[in-house]
Design a protein around this ligand. Structure first.
Ligand code: MN
Length: 188
């Protein structure tokens, strides 16, 4: 495994680990199959955090409207700071006064395959990621494309395949945690 400089400095600088139950991110054991997670986060503005494992951290995007299984619904995804790998299992309450205060639940988790013949890091530099998600809710191909609107803005959308489902809203029909079956209200 290549060792790289920590990209978790921004994550750690924003948080006081005596005051938040979030993980400090000192463990970095990569998974055999890279992990993806979607966390529903009831902060000031409800959003969904989409994260994929790369180089021992979770590359992260905040998706205000959440993922869609309809290939024609392209969702804004704002790239945010890298998160530690063990953040993938974090569910609970970030207390008032802390960065990102509010409830967090693990809305989906699973592994993914990079469909490109280059690393996720290189795909990020080039502004296009295509991956196959193997989650409990999200399955099949998804694309992330960088837009010209803002340095951190991307679009996230379903690719056409037999997992596409334009007729249902997966976020409305399946709001619960895949780890504990709880909704945001039940975590509160
Ligand atoms: Mn968030």
């Amino acid at each position: 495994m290549k060792t790289k400089k920590s990209t978790l400095k921004d994550y750690q600088a924003k948080r006081d680990f005596n005051r938040t139950p979030e993980p400090p991110g000192d463990k970095r054991i990569p998974h055999k199959r890279p992990l993806f997670v979607v966390q529903k986060h009831n902060a000031n503005h409800l959003h969904y955090d989409f994260r994929i494992e790369e180089n021992g951290v979770l590359k992260s995007w905040a998706i205000p409207k959440g993922p869609s299984t309809n290939p024609h619904e392209k969702r804004l995804a704002v790239m945010t700071e890298d998160h530690p790998l063990d953040y993938a299992y974090f569910e609970g309450i970030i207390p008032e006064g802390n960065y990102g205060a509010g409830e967090v639940l693990v809305w989906d988790i699973g592994t993914f395959k990079n469909l490109k013949d280059k690393s996720i890091e290189e795909c990020i530099k080039e502004g296009k990621i295509t991956i196959l998600l193997e989650g409990k809710k999200l399955r099949g191909g998804y694309t992330l494309i960088k837009t010209q609107l803002h340095p951190n803005s991307w679009l996230f959308f379903k690719m056409h395949d037999n997992e596409e489902d334009p007729l249902h809203s997966i976020t409305e029909e399946h709001p619960e945690s895949v780890l504990t079956d709880r909704t945001i209200e039940e975590i509160t």
